[in-house]
Structure formats: structure tokens, C-alpha cells
Design a protein around this ligand. Structure first.
Ligand SMILES: Nc1ncnc2c1ncn2[C@@H]1O[C@H](COP(=O)(O)OP(=O)(O)OP(=O)(O)O)[C@@H](O)[C@H]1O
Ligand SMILES: [Mg+2]
Length: 319
């Protein structure tokens, strides 16, 4: 049997059940009370509740008929904007069931070209009486002004650790898991405000058993513990190149990390080191350079070791 995805199983059905996003939740609850919606633009990073909020609105407004009144589309449908507009037209043609309007949710609106956005705007105009549009994007600045000015803007924030933790605890109870406190710390560290990432990670880890600790989480995501990364950086800055290199190789093998993962973690940890600000600036610059080289396809071991070598020489200047 294929197990249900927890992101779906535990997706809130009601606006009030959304964690965090206080301002968004309050404003949307106000619309629910008046049973009317404007066109809306949901902007914010992945996994923070944009699709969830749109679906919860539809569920609360339309009850069990919600699916008949709700159309979810991906703006970056590879078959093109005309296919998207075609779907909108045929959906909008029929009357809403048990409500005054239907909701069209358009995901990844910022993936549309400017021309496609103008075409979209005309479609929105055509159906203003019978439909409400909710456009979702990561960056509102990529949406053309004529659309922005026709939509109420809602900004979704990366979720706070406590907010992610409260949702994860709900799932831990529901699935009868046992997550250690270092395991929870690891989940929060890796998810970076993205609740989808946190939930998917918990589900992947649970495939190995009910007990979930730090080691398991880092293995599942193929990342090293932050302490291990910091140790490597400090060893390199302290001048022991060979030891830093050996530790890095160990991590790459133990966790199955890629060179890019390693560099990304260096970037995350370097700012936490107790070294002068100007040294951090130089290290960040070097990390940027090696990140670029790796993206360009250079050898991972050679590049990560060259990066450590640079850290050694900067470390000499600090002492
Ligand atoms: N604020 C939240 N409150 C409760 N659950 C959430 C929240 N944000 C995300 N989730 C959970 O994470 C999953 C993914 O969230 P959602 O689909 O709403 O993300 P999104 O903001 O639309 O992301 P994307 O930009 O990638 O489309 C949901 O199924 C839900 O389980
Ligand atoms: Mg979404």
C-alpha cells in the first residue's frame, strides 16, 4: 500500500488552523465573515501556506461542493498560457454552486512572461463578475503592475521555528512517532522556514522507524551536522589543512553530500564563527566563487579542497 503524503493528510482545512501568518489569517477570516473575496496575490517562499490558504478558503466558503467551485492551475503549464486560459474559460462558463462566484487559483504566476501576464490580466477582467482569482508567486515584484493593482496583496513569511515545531508535533502525535529533541533541532535547522520540507523530511525519516534522532535526519537529507561543518571550518582556519580535508572527505562519504551541499552548509555556518567581521566578508566572497565553479560543473573534491586551502590562508591573517 502506498502511504498518503503527510503534507496532504495534515493540510489544514480551515483558515484558523494555518500556523503562523497571523496577519494573512486575520484578513482572510474577515473575508470569510463577509462571504466576499477580492482578487488576491499570495506572495512568499515555498511551503509557507499559500496553496493551503486558497484551498481552505474554498472549503470554508463552499463546504462539500468546494471542488466544483475551485480550479487549481499551474501558470507555468508547459503547454503554454493559451492552454491555461482555455481551462479558465471553460471552468468560468458555468454557474457557481451554492455561492456567488468560483475561485481560480493560479500557482507560480511569477513564472509567466510579461506578455503572458498581460494576457492573463485580460482573462481576469473578462470573468470579474463570476470568478475570483488568487495568484500565487514567490516574488510579487515579478508580477506586472496592472495585475498587482487589481489584487489585494498577501505576504507569506518563512515560518518561525516554533510554528514549524508545533505542526511537526501534531504529526508526531498523529503518527505515534518518537522524535528526540536533537532530532527536532535538526528538522528545524534543515527546513529553514519551509513547512513542506519539514513534513516531508519527517515522513522520509519515519520510513526507518518510529524513533527519529539527529543522525537519522541528517542522513535522510544528505547533510552534515552543523557542528561537523563548523569543526572543519575552524580546523582549516586554524591552519591544519590536511585534517580539515580528511574530515570533509569523511562527511562527503558518510552523508553522501554533494560538493554544492557542502559549500551551502559552509555558507550557513561561516557567519556563526567567532572571527572578525572582515574575515567573514572575505570568506563569504570565497564561498560565492566556489559555489559558482561547482555550478559550472568543476570537480567537487578538487573545488571543495581548494576552498579549504583558501580558508587556511585567510586563517593565517586572523591570528
Ligand atoms: N502555514 C501553514 N500552516 C499549516 N500547514 C502548512 C503551512 N504552510 C505549509 N503547510 C503544510 O505544508 C504543505 C505545503 O504548503 P503549501 O502547499 O500551502 O505551500 P505553498 O506556500 O503553496 O508553497 P509553494 O510556493 O511551493 O507552492 C501543506 O500541505 C501543509 O501541510
Ligand atoms: Mg503552492
Amino acid at each position: 500500500m502506498i502511504e498518503a503524503m503527510w503534507v496532504e493528510k495534515y493540510r489544514p482545512d480551515k483558515i484558523k488552523e494555518i500556523v503562523g501568518q497571523k496577519e494573512v489569517v486575520e484578513r482572510l477570516a474577515g473575508y470569510l465573515k463577509s462571504r466576499n473575496l477580492p482578487n488576491m496575490l499570495f506572495a512568499g517562499p515555498p511551503g509557507t501556506g499559500k496553496t493551503t490558504a486558497a484551498i481552505a478558503l474554498a472549503k470554508e466558503l463552499f463546504g462539500k461542493n468546494w471542488k466544483a467551485n475551485f480550479l487549481e492551475l499551474n501558470a507555468s503549464d508547459e503547454r503554454g498560457i493559451d492552454v491555461v486560459r482555455g481551462k479558465i474559460k471553460s471552468f468560468a462558463r458555468t454557474q457557481a454552486m451554492g455561492g456567488d462566484f468560483k475561485i481560480i487559483f493560479l500557482d507560480e504566476a511569477d513564472a509567466l512572461t510579461k506578455d503572458a501576464q498581460h494576457a492573463m490580466r485580460r482573462t481576469m477582467e473578462m470573468f470579474t463578475n463570476t470568478c475570483r482569482f488568487i495568484l500565487s508567486c514567490n516574488y510579487s515584484s515579478k508580477i506586472i503592475e496592472p495585475i498587482q493593482s487589481r489584487c489585494a496583496l498577501f505576504r507569506f513569511r518563512p515560518l518561525e521555528n516554533e510554528e514549524i515545531e508545533s505542526k511537526i508535533r501534531q504529526i508526531v502525535r498523529g503518527e505515534k512517532l518518537d522524535v528526540t529533541s536533537d532530532g527536532m533541532g535538526a528538522i528545524l535547522y534543515v527546513s529553514e522556514g519551509d513547512l513542506r520540507k519539514a513534513i516531508n523530511l519527517l515522513q522520509s525519516a519515519s520510513a526507518f522507524g518510529k524513533k527519529i534522532n539527529e543522525d537519522l535526519i541528517y542522513k535522510v537529507v544528505a547533510k552534515a551536522r552543523p557542528e561537523d561543518i563548523r569543526e572543519i571550518l575552524e580546523t582549516a582556519l586554524g591552519g591544519d589543512f590536511m585534517k580539515a580535508r580528511e574530515r570533509l572527505r569523511e562527511l562527503i562519504i558518510t552523508y553522501g553530500m554533494s560538493g554544492e551541499d557542502a559549500v551551502e552548509q559552509f555558507h550557513k555556518e561561516v557567519f556563526k564563527l567567532k572571527i572578525p567581521e572582515d574575515a567573514k566578508v572575505r570568506l563569504a566572497d570565497i564561498i560565492g566563487e566556489y559555489d559558482f565553479r561547482l555550478v559550472e560543473g568543476s570537480s567537487e573534491l578538487i573545488q571543495t579542497e581548494a576552498l579549504l586551502a583558501q580558508f587556511v590562508s585567510i586563517g593565517k591573517g586572523i591570528k
